[in-house]
Design a protein around this ligand. Structure first.
Ligand code: FCB
Length: 467
C-alpha cells in the first residue's frame, strides 16, 4: 500500500486548534452484552438480531464485548490511549424497561458507575441518549411511526438527565436518525426491519420531533453543551446527464438535507417534501413541529465514513434501496481500495463536507462524532495487531479535518469509531472497527498499532498545548 509510506510524516505534521477534543465512540448494544442483567427490557435490536436471516450468521449483541462488566478495564484502556473524551450511548430499555413509566434504578446505576470511572480517569463523558435501540414495548405500540414515541423519548431524556446531569456535561439526543428511519423502515437492513415508505417518512419526522422535544426537556434542566449526531454521505452524479444529476439530488436530499435542514433552518427542503409526496409517503408535520425541531444547539455531531456516486439504473432485487421513491437509483461500487465493509476511502470528500456544513450552519461548532474503518485484523505472531490500513485511514481523515479547519470550518473535536471491535449491527462480529482488538472467544483486549498511532498524535497535541 503506497499511501502508508507518507503516514508518519503526515501524522507528525498534524496540528489541531487549542482545546480540540480527542475521543473514541461506542454504542450500548454494540458493546455492553448483559442483555438480561439488572432488569433491562428487550429492545428492537434484540428482536431483530434474534430473527433468523436478519444478521450475518445470526450474530446478536447478547454477549458483545461484555462492556457491562468489563467497563473499568475499558476506561483504563482509554486512559492508556490518552483520550480526553468518550462518546457512549445509554440503552433506553435499561433505564425504562417498558420504554415508559417504571424506571429501573439498576440501569441508571450502571451508567453512573461508568461515568464516575471516566471522570476519575480525567475523561469527559459525551452521552448519547439514542443509538438505535428502541424499547420493544414502544415498538409494539408503533415505534417511531407513532407520534407518541417522540414524547416518550423526551420523558426518557428527562429521567436520564435527572440521574446524570450533575456529572455529564455533553449531551446528544440522537445518533444518525437517517439510519433509524430509512435503514430501519425503508430497506429493512436494520431494526425494526420494515420495508414501507410511509413508515419511513413517519419515522423520519417523529425521530426529529423526538430530538426537538428532548432538547426542550434537557434545556429546562440546564443542559448547555447539547447536540445531535447526523450521518452524511456526499452524493455525486456518475455523469452529467440530467437524470443522474437528479438521482444525486434525490439521494442527497434524503440522506443529508432532510435531517440537517429542519434542525438548522427550521424547514424541510422543498424538493424532498415534493419527492416524498410524489412517492405517497408524506412527512407527517403538524403545526409548531418545526419550531420544536429547530431549537438552537451548541454543537452538531458529524459522522462521516465514505462518499457515494449514483446514477439511474436497475437495482438488484437483493439490494433494496434505503431511499423513498428511489427504486430507480443505483449507488456505484467505489473505485480504488475498499474497507471490509466495501466502503470507499475519500478524505477529500470529508474536507468538503465539513466546509459545506460550516456554510449551512454558520456559528454552529462541528464535532466529528464518528469516523473510522473496518479491516480484517488478527493478532500476529508477535502478539501485536498490525493494521496499517486503519492507521492510514485515520491519519488521512484527521488531515482532512485539519484542512477543513485551515479553510475556516469550526471543528472542535474528533471521535474515532470505534474504541473496541464490536457488534457491527447486521454485519455482526465480522467487521472490526476498533482501535483496540477484541478476541471474541476470551474477551482479551489488545491495543492495535492504529490505537498506538492515535495515542501518539494525541500526545503530540497535548505537548504542543503545554509547551
Ligand atoms: C455508524 C453507526 C455506528 C457504527 C458505524 C460503523 O453508522 O453509528 O454504530 O456501526 O456506522
Amino acid at each position: 500500500m503506497t499511501s502508508t509510506d507518507v503516514r508518519p510524516e503526515l501524522a507528525a505534521g498534524l496540528t489541531f486548534p487549542p482545546g480540540f477534543t480527542f475521543g473514541a465512540a461506542t454504542a450500548a448494544y454494540q458493546i455492553e452484552g448483559a442483555v438480561d442483567a439488572d432488569g433491562r427490557g428487550p429492545s428492537i435490536w434484540d428482536t431483530f438480531s434474534h430473527t433468523p436471516g436478519r444478521t450475518f450468521e445470526g450474530h446478536t449483541g447478547d454477549v458483545a464485548v461484555e462492556h457491562y462488566t468489563r467497563y473499568p478495564q475499558d476506561v483504563a484502556l482509554m486512559a492508556e490511549l490518552g483520550l480526553s473524551a468518550y462518546r457512549f450511548s445509554v440503552a433506553w430499555s435499561r433505564v425504562l424497561p417498558e420504554g415508559a413509566g417504571r424506571v429501573e434504578q439498576r440501569g441508571l446505576d450502571f451508567y453512573r458507575r461508568l461515568v464516575d470511572e471516566l471522570l476519575g480517569a480525567g475523561i469527559d463523558p459525551w452521552l448519547t441518549l439514542y443509538h438505535w435501540d428502541l424499547p420493544q414495548a414502544l415498538q409494539d405500540r408503533g415505534g417511531w411511526t407513532a407520534r407518541d414515541t417522540a414524547a416518550r423519548f423526551a420523558d426518557y431524556a428527562g429521567v436520564v438527565h435527572d440521574a446524570l446531569g450533575d456529572r455529564v456535561r455533553h449531551w446528544s439526543t440522537l445518533n444518525e436518525p437517517m439510519c433509524s428511519a430509512l435503514l430501519g423502515h425503508m430497506s429493512g437492513q436494520h431494526a425494526p426491519g420494515e420495508r414501507n415508505p410511509v413508515a419511513a417518512a413517519r419515522a423520519t419526522h417523529h425521530l426529529l420531533l423526538g430530538h426537538g422535544l428532548a432538547t426542550q426537556v434537557l434545556r429546562e434542566r440546564g443542559a448547555d453543551h447539547l447536540g445531535v449526531t447526523l450521518n452524511f454521505t456526499p452524493m455525486t452524479p456518475a455523469t452529467d446527464r440530467p437524470e443522474d444529476v437528479d438521482a444525486a439530488r434525490r439521494l442527497d436530499g434524503q440522506q443529508n438535507r432532510m435531517f440537517l435542514e429542519p434542525i438548522v433552518h427550521g424547514a424541510y427542503p422543498a424538493d424532498v417534501v415534493a419527492d416524498l409526496e410524489a412517492a405517497g409517503a408524506p412527512l407527517p408535520v403538524e403545526d409548531g413541529d418545526l419550531e420544536v425541531i429547530s431549537a438552537p444547539l451548541d454543537w452538531l455531531g458529524v459522522n462521516y465514513y465514505f462518499e457515494s456516486t449514483v446514477r439511474v439504473g436497475v437495482r438488484s432485487p437483493d439490494r433494496p434501496t434505503s431511499f423513498i421513491g428511489a427504486e430507480d437509483v443505483v449507488e456505484l461500487d467505489p473505485e480504488g481500495p475498499t474497507t471490509t465493509m466495501g466502503w470507499g476511502i475519500s478524505p477529500d470528500a470529508f474536507t468538503r463536507l465539513l466546509l459545506w456544513l460550516g456554510e449551512e450552519a454558520p456559528g454552529l461548532p462541528l464535532v466529528v462524532t464518528e469516523n473510522g474503518s473496518a479491516w480484517p485484523d488478527e493478532p500476529a505472531e508477535d502478539g501485536a495487531v498490525h493494521d496499517p490500513e486503519r492507521s492510514d485511514y485515520l491519519v488521512r481523515h484527521l488531515a482532512a479535518v485539519t484542512d477543513a479547519v485551515a479553510k475556516g470550518a469550526d471543528v472542535r473535536g474528533y471521535f474515532a469509531w470505534s474504541l473496541l471491535d464490536n457488534y457491527e449491527w447486521a454485519r455482526g462480529y465480522a467487521q472490526r472497527f476498533g482501535l483496540v482488538h477484541v478476541d471474541y472467544g476470551t474477551q482479551r483486549r489488545t491495543v492495535k498499532d492504529s490505537g498506538r498511532a492515535y495515542a501518539d498524535i494525541l500526545r503530540r497535541h497535548r505537548q504542543a498545548q503545554e509547551g
